[in-house]
Design a protein around this ligand. Structure first.
Ligand code: P6P
Length: 333
Protein backbone atom coordinates (compact mmCIF):
# COMPACT_ATOMS: atom_id res chain seq x y z
CA UNK A 1 0.00 0.00 0.00
CA UNK A 2 1.38 3.43 -0.94
CA UNK A 3 2.51 5.32 2.18
CA UNK A 4 0.80 8.71 2.51
CA UNK A 5 2.98 11.58 3.69
CA UNK A 6 1.95 13.46 6.82
CA UNK A 7 1.69 17.26 7.12
CA UNK A 8 4.73 17.35 9.38
CA UNK A 9 6.81 15.33 6.91
CA UNK A 10 5.58 17.51 4.04
CA UNK A 11 6.50 20.77 5.81
CA UNK A 12 9.99 19.47 6.54
CA UNK A 13 10.42 18.15 2.99
CA UNK A 14 9.47 21.60 1.61
CA UNK A 15 11.59 23.56 4.09
CA UNK A 16 13.97 24.36 1.27
CA UNK A 17 11.20 26.40 -0.39
CA UNK A 18 11.84 29.36 1.93
CA UNK A 19 15.20 31.06 1.74
CA UNK A 20 16.70 32.12 5.09
CA UNK A 21 14.00 30.37 7.16
CA UNK A 22 15.73 27.99 9.53
CA UNK A 23 12.56 26.07 10.29
CA UNK A 24 10.68 28.91 12.02
CA UNK A 25 7.97 28.94 9.36
CA UNK A 26 7.70 25.16 9.67
CA UNK A 27 7.39 25.50 13.42
CA UNK A 28 4.73 28.19 13.01
CA UNK A 29 2.69 25.99 10.68
CA UNK A 30 3.02 23.17 13.21
CA UNK A 31 1.58 25.44 15.91
CA UNK A 32 -1.42 26.17 13.69
CA UNK A 33 -1.96 22.50 12.96
CA UNK A 34 -1.87 21.68 16.68
CA UNK A 35 -4.38 24.39 17.61
CA UNK A 36 -6.61 23.28 14.75
CA UNK A 37 -6.76 19.77 16.21
CA UNK A 38 -7.81 21.14 19.61
CA UNK A 39 -10.47 23.38 18.04
CA UNK A 40 -11.63 20.52 15.82
CA UNK A 41 -12.34 18.37 18.87
CA UNK A 42 -14.61 21.05 20.35
CA UNK A 43 -16.29 21.83 17.01
CA UNK A 44 -17.14 18.16 16.65
CA UNK A 45 -18.60 18.08 20.18
CA UNK A 46 -20.38 21.48 19.88
CA UNK A 47 -23.82 19.92 19.93
CA UNK A 48 -23.06 17.98 23.09
CA UNK A 49 -21.31 20.40 25.42
CA UNK A 50 -23.54 23.25 26.54
CA UNK A 51 -20.58 25.02 28.06
CA UNK A 52 -19.15 25.66 24.58
CA UNK A 53 -22.27 26.02 22.47
CA UNK A 54 -24.13 29.21 21.80
CA UNK A 55 -23.37 32.84 22.37
CA UNK A 56 -20.62 34.13 24.62
CA UNK A 57 -23.04 37.00 25.30
CA UNK A 58 -20.28 39.38 24.15
CA UNK A 59 -19.71 41.26 20.92
CA UNK A 60 -16.43 41.31 18.95
CA UNK A 61 -14.89 44.35 17.30
CA UNK A 62 -17.17 43.75 14.34
CA UNK A 63 -20.21 44.23 16.56
CA UNK A 64 -21.04 40.59 15.87
CA UNK A 65 -22.28 38.44 18.71
CA UNK A 66 -19.38 36.17 19.70
CA UNK A 67 -20.22 32.50 19.86
CA UNK A 68 -18.41 30.75 22.74
CA UNK A 69 -16.55 28.57 20.25
CA UNK A 70 -15.24 31.77 18.58
CA UNK A 71 -13.65 32.83 21.85
CA UNK A 72 -12.35 29.34 22.54
CA UNK A 73 -10.77 29.06 19.07
CA UNK A 74 -9.17 32.50 19.41
CA UNK A 75 -7.62 31.48 22.74
CA UNK A 76 -6.29 28.20 21.34
CA UNK A 77 -4.59 29.73 18.30
CA UNK A 78 -3.17 32.63 20.34
CA UNK A 79 -1.72 30.23 22.93
CA UNK A 80 -0.23 27.87 20.32
CA UNK A 81 1.38 30.71 18.37
CA UNK A 82 2.74 32.41 21.52
CA UNK A 83 4.26 29.17 22.76
CA UNK A 84 6.37 28.67 19.62
CA UNK A 85 8.41 31.86 19.76
CA UNK A 86 8.58 32.28 15.97
CA UNK A 87 5.74 34.79 16.08
CA UNK A 88 6.12 38.27 17.58
CA UNK A 89 2.44 39.20 17.27
CA UNK A 90 -1.05 38.17 16.16
CA UNK A 91 -4.07 40.14 14.89
CA UNK A 92 -7.40 38.38 15.18
CA UNK A 93 -10.96 39.06 14.09
CA UNK A 94 -11.90 38.54 17.72
CA UNK A 95 -9.50 41.17 19.12
CA UNK A 96 -9.90 44.93 18.67
CA UNK A 97 -6.14 45.53 18.41
CA UNK A 98 -3.18 43.32 17.54
CA UNK A 99 -1.42 41.42 20.32
CA UNK A 100 2.37 41.68 20.72
CA UNK A 101 3.93 38.77 22.56
CA UNK A 102 6.28 40.44 25.04
CA UNK A 103 8.73 37.65 25.80
CA UNK A 104 12.42 37.55 24.81
CA UNK A 105 11.69 34.55 22.57
CA UNK A 106 8.73 36.19 20.82
CA UNK A 107 10.49 39.54 20.42
CA UNK A 108 13.06 37.62 18.38
CA UNK A 109 10.25 36.09 16.28
CA UNK A 110 10.42 36.83 12.54
CA UNK A 111 6.71 36.50 11.71
CA UNK A 112 3.29 37.97 12.43
CA UNK A 113 0.03 36.07 11.95
CA UNK A 114 -3.46 37.37 11.14
CA UNK A 115 -6.33 35.04 11.85
CA UNK A 116 -10.06 34.57 11.69
CA UNK A 117 -10.22 31.86 14.36
CA UNK A 118 -13.69 30.61 13.48
CA UNK A 119 -15.34 32.04 10.38
CA UNK A 120 -19.00 31.28 9.79
CA UNK A 121 -19.56 30.77 13.50
CA UNK A 122 -23.24 31.68 13.19
CA UNK A 123 -23.53 28.20 11.64
CA UNK A 124 -22.19 26.41 14.73
CA UNK A 125 -25.61 25.88 16.29
CA UNK A 126 -27.02 24.37 13.10
CA UNK A 127 -24.12 22.00 12.44
CA UNK A 128 -22.92 23.58 9.18
CA UNK A 129 -19.22 23.48 8.23
CA UNK A 130 -17.11 26.36 9.61
CA UNK A 131 -13.46 27.28 9.27
CA UNK A 132 -10.30 29.00 10.46
CA UNK A 133 -8.40 31.30 8.08
CA UNK A 134 -4.79 32.43 8.65
CA UNK A 135 -2.23 34.66 6.98
CA UNK A 136 1.52 34.91 7.71
CA UNK A 137 3.97 37.79 7.01
CA UNK A 138 7.61 38.39 7.81
CA UNK A 139 7.70 41.29 10.29
CA UNK A 140 8.91 44.68 8.97
CA UNK A 141 9.85 45.94 12.46
CA UNK A 142 13.27 45.16 13.96
CA UNK A 143 13.95 41.80 15.56
CA UNK A 144 14.08 42.18 19.33
CA UNK A 145 11.37 44.87 19.40
CA UNK A 146 7.66 44.49 20.02
CA UNK A 147 5.48 43.98 16.93
CA UNK A 148 4.11 47.20 15.39
CA UNK A 149 0.86 47.80 13.49
CA UNK A 150 2.91 48.24 10.31
CA UNK A 151 3.91 44.56 10.59
CA UNK A 152 0.24 43.73 9.98
CA UNK A 153 -0.63 46.41 7.41
CA UNK A 154 1.28 44.86 4.51
CA UNK A 155 -0.21 44.15 1.09
CA UNK A 156 -1.45 40.59 0.55
CA UNK A 157 1.28 40.10 -2.05
CA UNK A 158 3.80 40.09 0.83
CA UNK A 159 2.29 37.03 2.54
CA UNK A 160 4.79 34.19 3.10
CA UNK A 161 2.06 31.65 3.91
CA UNK A 162 -1.72 31.44 4.07
CA UNK A 163 -4.24 28.73 4.69
CA UNK A 164 -7.48 27.58 6.19
CA UNK A 165 -8.87 24.69 8.17
CA UNK A 166 -12.36 23.51 7.24
CA UNK A 167 -14.25 21.67 9.98
CA UNK A 168 -16.63 19.77 7.72
CA UNK A 169 -17.56 16.16 6.97
CA UNK A 170 -13.83 15.75 7.41
CA UNK A 171 -11.34 18.24 8.83
CA UNK A 172 -8.88 19.54 6.27
CA UNK A 173 -5.97 21.95 6.42
CA UNK A 174 -5.23 23.66 3.08
CA UNK A 175 -2.24 26.01 2.77
CA UNK A 176 0.27 27.63 0.46
CA UNK A 177 3.72 29.12 0.96
CA UNK A 178 3.83 30.38 -2.62
CA UNK A 179 4.74 26.99 -4.05
CA UNK A 180 1.32 25.61 -4.95
CA UNK A 181 -1.66 24.72 -2.77
CA UNK A 182 -1.76 21.49 -0.77
CA UNK A 183 -4.57 19.89 1.22
CA UNK A 184 -4.24 17.61 4.24
CA UNK A 185 -7.03 15.56 5.76
CA UNK A 186 -7.10 14.82 9.49
CA UNK A 187 -7.25 11.17 10.50
CA UNK A 188 -9.02 11.79 13.83
CA UNK A 189 -8.31 8.37 15.28
CA UNK A 190 -4.56 9.14 15.37
CA UNK A 191 -4.69 12.98 15.24
CA UNK A 192 -2.50 13.15 12.13
CA UNK A 193 -3.05 15.17 8.95
CA UNK A 194 -2.25 13.24 5.77
CA UNK A 195 -1.52 14.74 2.32
CA UNK A 196 -4.81 14.05 0.52
CA UNK A 197 -4.86 16.86 -2.10
CA UNK A 198 -1.36 17.64 -3.44
CA UNK A 199 -0.99 20.61 -5.85
CA UNK A 200 -4.64 21.69 -5.89
CA UNK A 201 -5.55 23.48 -9.16
CA UNK A 202 -8.77 25.48 -9.41
CA UNK A 203 -10.62 24.79 -12.71
CA UNK A 204 -10.45 27.87 -14.98
CA UNK A 205 -14.24 27.77 -15.35
CA UNK A 206 -17.04 26.31 -13.29
CA UNK A 207 -20.81 26.05 -13.04
CA UNK A 208 -21.22 27.20 -9.42
CA UNK A 209 -21.86 30.76 -8.25
CA UNK A 210 -21.98 31.55 -4.53
CA UNK A 211 -23.64 34.79 -3.41
CA UNK A 212 -26.37 35.91 -1.00
CA UNK A 213 -29.04 36.66 -3.61
CA UNK A 214 -31.17 38.21 -0.90
CA UNK A 215 -29.02 41.32 -1.44
CA UNK A 216 -29.53 41.27 -5.23
CA UNK A 217 -31.27 44.66 -5.39
CA UNK A 218 -28.30 46.27 -3.59
CA UNK A 219 -25.67 44.96 -5.99
CA UNK A 220 -23.69 46.91 -8.60
CA UNK A 221 -25.48 46.62 -12.01
CA UNK A 222 -22.54 44.61 -13.38
CA UNK A 223 -22.91 42.06 -10.55
CA UNK A 224 -26.66 41.88 -11.14
CA UNK A 225 -25.93 41.29 -14.86
CA UNK A 226 -23.53 38.46 -14.01
CA UNK A 227 -26.05 36.74 -11.73
CA UNK A 228 -28.73 37.04 -14.43
CA UNK A 229 -26.23 35.59 -16.91
CA UNK A 230 -25.68 32.58 -14.61
CA UNK A 231 -29.43 32.11 -14.19
CA UNK A 232 -30.11 32.34 -17.94
CA UNK A 233 -30.11 29.35 -20.27
CA UNK A 234 -28.26 31.41 -22.92
CA UNK A 235 -24.98 31.32 -21.02
CA UNK A 236 -21.99 29.71 -22.67
CA UNK A 237 -22.18 26.51 -20.64
CA UNK A 238 -23.52 23.24 -21.90
CA UNK A 239 -25.52 23.08 -18.69
CA UNK A 240 -27.02 25.84 -16.50
CA UNK A 241 -25.14 27.19 -13.50
CA UNK A 242 -25.93 26.09 -9.97
CA UNK A 243 -26.39 28.52 -7.08
CA UNK A 244 -24.59 27.16 -4.01
CA UNK A 245 -24.31 29.42 -0.95
CA UNK A 246 -23.59 27.86 2.44
CA UNK A 247 -23.17 31.14 4.32
CA UNK A 248 -19.77 29.92 5.49
CA UNK A 249 -16.95 31.45 3.46
CA UNK A 250 -14.41 28.67 3.99
CA UNK A 251 -16.92 25.98 2.98
CA UNK A 252 -18.03 27.86 -0.16
CA UNK A 253 -14.43 28.71 -1.08
CA UNK A 254 -13.20 25.14 -0.55
CA UNK A 255 -15.91 23.61 -2.76
CA UNK A 256 -15.25 26.17 -5.52
CA UNK A 257 -11.47 25.59 -5.23
CA UNK A 258 -11.91 21.88 -5.93
CA UNK A 259 -14.84 21.95 -8.39
CA UNK A 260 -14.57 25.39 -9.99
CA UNK A 261 -16.87 28.28 -9.23
CA UNK A 262 -16.99 31.83 -7.96
CA UNK A 263 -17.79 33.32 -4.55
CA UNK A 264 -19.05 36.89 -4.41
CA UNK A 265 -19.56 39.27 -1.50
CA UNK A 266 -20.20 42.61 -3.27
CA UNK A 267 -20.84 45.99 -1.70
CA UNK A 268 -24.34 46.34 -0.27
CA UNK A 269 -26.23 49.22 1.36
CA UNK A 270 -25.57 47.59 4.76
CA UNK A 271 -21.90 46.96 3.95
CA UNK A 272 -20.80 49.62 1.39
CA UNK A 273 -17.24 48.21 1.48
CA UNK A 274 -18.44 44.64 1.44
CA UNK A 275 -18.68 42.45 4.54
CA UNK A 276 -15.48 40.44 4.41
CA UNK A 277 -12.28 41.60 6.08
CA UNK A 278 -9.25 42.19 3.89
CA UNK A 279 -6.45 41.08 6.19
CA UNK A 280 -7.60 37.75 7.60
CA UNK A 281 -10.27 36.61 5.16
CA UNK A 282 -9.74 38.04 1.66
CA UNK A 283 -5.94 38.19 1.47
CA UNK A 284 -5.23 34.61 2.60
CA UNK A 285 -7.95 33.16 0.33
CA UNK A 286 -6.75 35.38 -2.54
CA UNK A 287 -3.20 34.05 -2.10
CA UNK A 288 -4.50 30.46 -2.19
CA UNK A 289 -6.80 31.15 -5.15
CA UNK A 290 -3.99 32.68 -7.24
CA UNK A 291 -1.57 29.90 -6.29
CA UNK A 292 -4.21 27.42 -7.54
CA UNK A 293 -4.68 29.30 -10.84
CA UNK A 294 -7.73 31.35 -9.83
CA UNK A 295 -8.28 35.08 -9.29
CA UNK A 296 -9.38 37.36 -6.45
CA UNK A 297 -10.59 40.90 -7.05
CA UNK A 298 -12.59 43.67 -5.39
CA UNK A 299 -14.17 44.16 -8.81
CA UNK A 300 -11.84 47.10 -9.35
CA UNK A 301 -8.43 45.84 -8.27
CA UNK A 302 -6.47 42.68 -7.46
CA UNK A 303 -7.04 41.95 -3.76
CA UNK A 304 -3.36 41.19 -3.14
CA UNK A 305 -2.34 44.66 -4.39
CA UNK A 306 -4.38 46.59 -1.81
CA UNK A 307 -2.33 48.62 0.69
CA UNK A 308 -4.23 48.09 3.96
CA UNK A 309 -5.04 51.07 6.21
CA UNK A 310 -6.86 49.41 9.10
CA UNK A 311 -6.69 45.97 10.74
CA UNK A 312 -10.39 45.24 10.27
CA UNK A 313 -11.04 46.99 6.98
CA UNK A 314 -13.56 45.39 4.65
CA UNK A 315 -13.45 45.05 0.85
CA UNK A 316 -15.86 43.71 -1.78
CA UNK A 317 -14.66 40.19 -2.64
CA UNK A 318 -14.92 38.16 -5.86
CA UNK A 319 -12.80 34.99 -5.76
CA UNK A 320 -12.65 31.78 -7.75
CA UNK A 321 -12.19 30.37 -11.23
CA UNK A 322 -10.17 32.69 -13.47
CA UNK A 323 -12.68 32.95 -16.36
CA UNK A 324 -15.61 33.56 -14.01
CA UNK A 325 -13.91 36.35 -12.03
CA UNK A 326 -12.69 37.95 -15.28
CA UNK A 327 -16.26 37.98 -16.62
CA UNK A 328 -17.56 39.67 -13.47
CA UNK A 329 -14.81 42.32 -13.68
CA UNK A 330 -15.62 42.97 -17.35
CA UNK A 331 -19.31 43.45 -16.55
CA UNK A 332 -18.50 45.76 -13.61
CA UNK A 333 -16.25 48.00 -15.74
P1 P6P B 1 -24.36 36.82 4.74
C1 P6P B 1 -19.89 34.52 7.97
O1 P6P B 1 -20.40 35.49 8.87
C2 P6P B 1 -19.31 35.27 6.79
O2 P6P B 1 -18.29 36.12 7.23
C3 P6P B 1 -18.83 34.31 5.74
O3 P6P B 1 -18.35 33.13 6.29
C4 P6P B 1 -20.06 34.08 4.89
O4 P6P B 1 -19.76 33.75 3.54
C5 P6P B 1 -20.77 35.43 4.95
O5 P6P B 1 -20.34 36.04 6.17
C6 P6P B 1 -22.26 35.27 4.98
O6 P6P B 1 -22.79 36.58 5.05
O7 P6P B 1 -24.52 38.33 4.81
O8 P6P B 1 -24.63 36.29 3.35
O9 P6P B 1 -25.10 36.06 5.80
Amino acid sequence: MKRVITLGEFIISRQGDFPYAKGELSSLLSAIRLAAKVVNREVNRAGLSNDILGSALKQNIQGEEQQKLDVYADEQFMAALKARGDVCGVASEEQEDFISFDTPLARAGKYVVLIDPLDGSSNIDVNVSIGTIFSVYRRTSSIGQLATVEDFLQSGAKQVAAGYIIYGSSTMLVYTTGNGVHGFTLEPSIGTYFLSHPNICMPESGSIYSVNEGNFNDFNPGVQQYIQYCRSKQNDKEKPYSARYIGSLVADFHRNLLKGGVYMYPSTQKDPNGKLRLLYECNPLAFIAEQAGGLASTGRQRVLDIMPEKLHQRVPFFVGSKNMVEKIISLME
